[in-house]
Design a protein around this ligand. Structure first.
Ligand code: MG
Length: 377
């Protein structure tokens, strides 16, 4: 290097050292030039705007509260998020309060995942979405440090990803119902929400135009075991793959009664949150629905999938309405599971990330390190 080029490089180096963030070739901030040797957590509320209002029993919901999280270590930034549908009991306030209590700067080795989770448990119980946001950002960070996506770190084959389902909901206006059905056309599995009335009408409307396999989520809506069994038997003749949470989560004995007689597998969702719940579900349910916002993130979700497999149970992977950040993080696990319901990012209009893709109904995991996302907004 001649003296002029050396000087130019040195000046550029000095300028970079003075600026807090440099930019990669993709324009994304990735690395600060000063090495902290500590985990630095930052977060901000981010309201998720729904493409279509959720029609609930008493009202409509057009947004989902969320919190976006960054975890920085030696200039590398990992992304995470918490999504808080109101029925789960967390809010922007509870999540930011929990995150505000964390002092992750005490960890000089970001690979201490178990220690970091034990520390979060010691700060407060519950707060599962808040813990998930840190866990996802930590996994993104560690994958970037290792230069590998998590499906590879876990030794999974990305060709083994399942089809993902797309949820349609009942519309009383036939034109609106047809629109719902048209939107699900690229998907190989369609999820139908039941337990709020119109249970058979929605399937009959779909069956008039499509024989696509369905899965049914009763959302605890069938309160008698006889009715739950009757619906399972009817659905078995409708090309249905499984039924999710047929009865209220408290009715474990009744659910086990239905399971003994049902021609379709029963999957636990509301019943099951974290790792110890998998053994509780065993015997009453055929499988479990893992969601990162319930499981406190990827670390425990992986353990739940391994345990369920060891118990001979089916595994389904779900999500909340989330940006591509959390949905792509979940997708890293998807080669391990039987069924995926990873459409949460498709339901919002203000996604901040590029990540998971769906090709001909099948989950495609991006070939990027970490959780596989790139910040776009
Ligand atoms: Mg469900």
């Amino acid at each position: 290097m001649n003296r002029r080029n050396f000087l130019r490089t040195s000046i550029l180096g000095t300028a970079l050292a003075m600026s807090p963030i440099s930019f990669s070739a993709f324009g994304e901030p990735t690395r600060k030039t000063t090495k902290s040797g500590r985990l630095n957590l930052s977060f901000q509320p981010y309201e998720l705007k729904l493409r279509h209002a959720f029609n609930l029993a008493k009202n409509q919901r057009t947004t989902t509260p969320g919190v976006q999280v960054q975890l920085e270590y030696d200039g590398i930034v990992g992304y995470g998020e918490a999504s808080m549908p109101p029925y789960l009991g967390e809010s922007v306030q509870s999540v930011t309060e929990f995150l505000g209590k964390l002092d992750l700067s005490q960890f000089d080795d970001p690979f201490r995942i178990e220690d970091i989770h034990a520390y979060m448990e010691s700060v407060a119980p519950n707060n599962r979405a808040a813990k998930a946001s840190v866990d996802i950002a930590l996994h993104d960070l560690l994958g970037k440090i290792m230069g590998q996506p998590w499906y590879k770190i876990w030794g999974l084959n990305p060709d083994d990803t399942p089809n993902t389902s797309y949820t349609i909901s009942y519309q009383s206006d036939p034109a609106e119902m047809q629109k719902e059905i048209d939107e699900c056309a690229p998907f190989r599995v369609v999820k139908v929400k039941m337990g709020v009335g119109h249970d058979k009408e929605i399937v009959e409307a779909l069956r008039r135009v499509s024989d696509v396999p369905i899965c049914v989520d009763a959302n605890q809506g069938w309160s008698s075991k006889e009715h739950a069994l009757e619906m399972c038997e009817w659905l078995a003749g409708q090309n249905c793959l499984f039924v999710e949470q047929p009865m209220p989560k408290e009715m474990l004995d009744e659910t086990a009664w239905v399971r003994e007689r049902s021609p379709l597998p029963l999957i636990a969702d509301e019943f099951l949150q974290r790792l110890p719940d998998v053994t509780r579900a065993h015997g009453a349910y055929d499988g479990i629905n893992i969601k990162l916002m319930k499981s406190t993130g990827m670390h425990e979700a992986y353990k739940m999938a391994v345990l369920a497999r060891a118990l001979g149970m089916k595994v389904m992977l779900g999500c909340m309405t989330e940006t591509s950040c959390a949905v792509t993080a979940a997708a890293q696990l998807s080669p391990m599971v039987d069924w995926a319901d990873l459409d949460g990012n498709l339901l919002i209009s203000n996604d901040r990330f590029d990540g998971i893709k769906i090709n001909d109904g099948k989950v495609i995991i991006p070939d990027r390190p970490g959780i596989g996302v790139e910040l776009i907004g």
